[in-house]
Design a protein around this ligand. Sequence first.
Ligand SMILES: *[C@@H]1O[C@H](CO)[C@@H](O)[C@H](O)[C@H]1NC(C)=O
Ligand SMILES: *[C@@H]1O[C@H](CO)[C@@H](O)[C@H](O)[C@H]1NC(C)=O
Length: 370
Amino acid sequence: MGSSSIFLTPRALGVYAIIVILFFTVRQLGTTHATYGTAEWTSGKLSQIAGSAGPKTANSTLDFQEIVYISMPYRTDRQDAMALIAAQSGIKLNKMIAGVPSDAVHEKARPLTAHPKQDPKKPWLGVWRAHADAWRYIIDNNIQSALIMEDDVDWDVNVRDVFGQWNWQMKNNNSLAENKGHGPKGETCEYGCNWDIINMGQCIYSPHPKDKSHFTYHDANSPPIGSFTKPNTKEMVESWNYKPEDAGVRLVTPSYQPLCTMGYAMTQRGARRALYQIGGFLAMDNPIDWEFIEHMKAGRLLSYTVSPPLLVKWKVFGPGDTDNDYGFEYKADEKVDMTTGGGLSKGLLRSAREGLKVLDGTFHTWKEGE
Ligand SMILES: *[C@@H]1O[C@H](CO)[C@@H](O)[C@H](O)[C@H]1NC(C)=O
Ligand SMILES: *[C@@H]1O[C@H](CO)[C@@H](O)[C@H](O)[C@H]1NC(C)=O
């Protein structure tokens, strides 16, 4: 356990100190053209996980083969923000999957039963189609594992450490899995050798009412339980007896009832099982998170969930907050910053979107009185 702590390496500290000194010197001299190496002010660079056998910082695709994200093609504002937080955190987004409006799903292609539990005119049908397109992308390109995110996600500036920690636990120390996550011959695989879907972006989670199987690990980048959203806090307090002030907690369960699809990862097998089970071949009745839940509860999808979540929603206070409430009329309020930058997220020690502020500031000072 000893090697899993996070600290600033002397080298990183040195680089940081130089940058800080440079920054202030440049400010004082009012020099016009300072050259900044972008790598140094990429916020996620300042922390590194130590040790060779222990957890490592995840790579730029968070130790998945690819990262894809879903976005309505017209939401260029959200795509801009995704490009910025990815670049600042050292993350590569391999592919944008286009969001789909429900009425673009042709009547003949609707995978619904005769009596779907929800009205197919509502956004959930289009949401399903966009996610199904992501699963199909994984299948068509024989991708072994992919992280799928929605475009209003936020993460910690140290997201690569956060995922590196989780990966190590799932890979080597998953007491819920056969061989602790290793393969039958003792081999290791990213996030473990036997899973279909892993969830890290649920908005509300209910574990099994009786089977409380779980394991926990320490993550220095996980903030106090009470700083998460109400439902995320409630789960940790009521199901797992944590106190709101407890920090550094991550807890993994076999997935029982995770709601929302802000972030989840799939293996190739998981993508095939999901596309087959959920609308791509067989029928469906519900929004996809409820479809996932049905198949997870029945044991048809092998899945784990980490709580509290690693990926959270960035909420904005303007008409751009959701693409799902069609026809919702937004009332402008002068006192509210309705831009993307005026938003907020909960449950992150250092929000990557908040962290974009390093791109703002005074980098040039005019010479006065000459
Ligand atoms: C691995 O799991 C065991 C038992 O659950 C736990 O005591 C140990 O601290 C874990 N190791 C690490 C490095 O987290
Ligand atoms: C990150 O690691 C995964 C898993 O080993 C690998 O498939 C992927 O190609 C790596 N990403 C990059 C950008 O090297």
